[in-house]
Design a protein around this ligand. Structure first.
Ligand code: FAD
Length: 368
């Protein structure tokens, strides 16, 4: 039977990035249930780095990841633009207040500046907040980069390896992958995205209440075509966002429907909702819905990610609950998790992070 220091369950961005960080130091198996890594949430994102996304306690992870993403060539600058109607001054002020000490750049814009950024915007939208330091992310490139780094470090990737059960055997784990066989490992890293709680249960670990929520995106052809320099436009009230992608428009109704872990598919109603909301923003004509997809964003009960050893069960490490920001936070999250996993003092991009915010020990286990 194969024996590894660490088995990472799930080869999305979370599993790939943590495997890359630890592979030079430990023997690592990266086990992925599907035929290819990135099939689930990682392959279905909106591919954007929005500095405020996830709230003030996620911002440090996003900012700490910035240089890694920029230096690696994974970012293409694009502003973020929160738009608001007349009468929403208090909500705009509250948003700015919430992020006042977060280290992000936010600039209020009036109607004329909003019109310059979003041609054809309807009259009821009178104000906005501009975030100049946001960017598109090359998600495929980043994911491949981490998979390659993991491989170079000596990690082994095995696809069609779905963890079915695991138990402690002496001072290690025995992991069962059905017909694909068994392995032994000192540590299990749970990077299973929407399946984080079921994977914990399969290991005899109490789940933390990590819940998957479906989010939908449609790719539209519009008249006029979406200008290349258009910002990512987000509704301040959270009813939609859209951004250009190679002359097309990616539009989401910002839906958040609780779901079982599954191969998520878009619902027609969510697409219709998105289009209806979009038509209330600009006077553009929608020529075609070219493509649509949905993915699962998984959140812990307090909507912060979970990084660290389980409080009860030896050798079980959580790297889950990446919500709607798992790509933009991946470099700092993976570095931090690797340091926690290997009991290495924190330095460099993780030095300023408050690890207590993300520890699994903050939750009482969910009774099932
Ligand atoms: C529509 C949408 C838009 C988004 N937009 C953005 C964005 O603009 N910016 C951003 O930063 N983030 C965004 N996100 C969030 C981001 O995509 C996620 O946070 C991130 O992809 C989560 O990565 P993951 O590796 O945890 O999950 P996944 O990519 O789902 O990977 C988990 C893997 O675990 C595997 N697995 C599960 N169970 C087992 C098992 N028992 N055995 C073996 N393998 C198993 C699965 O097959 C899967 O491949 C978006 C998400 C969605 C859905």
């Amino acid at each position: 039977m194969n024996r590894f220091d660490v088995v990472v369950i799930g080869a999305g961005i979370a599993g790939a990035s943590i495997a890359a960080e630890i592979a030079p130091h430990l023997s690592v198996l990266l086990a992925e249930a599907e035929d290819m890594p990135g099939y689930h949430t990682t392959g279905r994102s909106a591919a954007f780095r929005e500095e405020c996304y996830g709230g003030p306690d996620v911002v440090p992870l996003t900012l700490a990841s910035g240089d890694y993403l920029r230096d690696g060539g994974f970012l293409t600058p694009r502003a973020g633009l929160y738009i608001a109607r007349e009468g929403q001054e208090a909500a705009l002020a509250a948003f700015m207040h919430q992020f006042r000490d977060a280290g992000v750049t936010i600039q209020p814009l009036g109607r004329a500046q909003l019109e310059a950024r979003l041609p054809g915007v309807r009259g009821e939208w009178t104000q906005a907040l501009l975030q100049p330091n946001c960017a598109d992310i090359d998600v495929g490139g980043l994911h491949q980069h981490y998979l390659a780094l993991a491989k170079r470090g000596g990690a082994e990737l095995r696809v069609r390896h779905r963890l079915e059960a695991a138990e402690r055997e002496g001072d290690a784990w025995r992991l069962h992958f059905g017909a694909a066989g068994e392995v032994r490992a000192d540590v299990v890293v749970n990077a299973a995205g929407a399946w984080a709680d079921p994977v914990a249960s399969a290991c005899g670990v109490a789940p933390l209440g990590i819940t998957p929520y479906r989010r939908t995106v449609a790719q539209l052809r519009t008249d006029p075509p979406a200008p290349a320099e258009l910002p990512l436009v987000i509704d301040l009230e959270g009813a939609f966002y859209f951004r250009p992608e190679h002359g097309k428009l990616w539009l989401s109704p910002h839906d958040e429907t609780p779901s079982e872990p599954c191969d998520a598919a878009p619902e027609e109603l969510d697409i219709a909702l998105a289009i209806d909301r979009f038509e209330q923003v600009v006077d553009w004509r929608i020529a075609a819905v070219e493509r649509k997809w949905a993915g699962l964003r998984s959140f812990a009960p307090d909507r912060l990610p979970v990084y660290g050893y389980d409080a009860e069960v030896t050798g079980f490490f959580w790297f889950a609950g990446q919500g709607g920001y798992g790509i933009q936070t991946a470099p700092a999250a993976a570095r931090l998790a690797a340091q926690l996993l290997t009991h290495t003092p924190r330095h460099g991009m993780t030095a300023e992070l408050d690890v207590k915010l993300y520890t699994p020990a903050r939750f009482a286990p969910v009774m099932v």
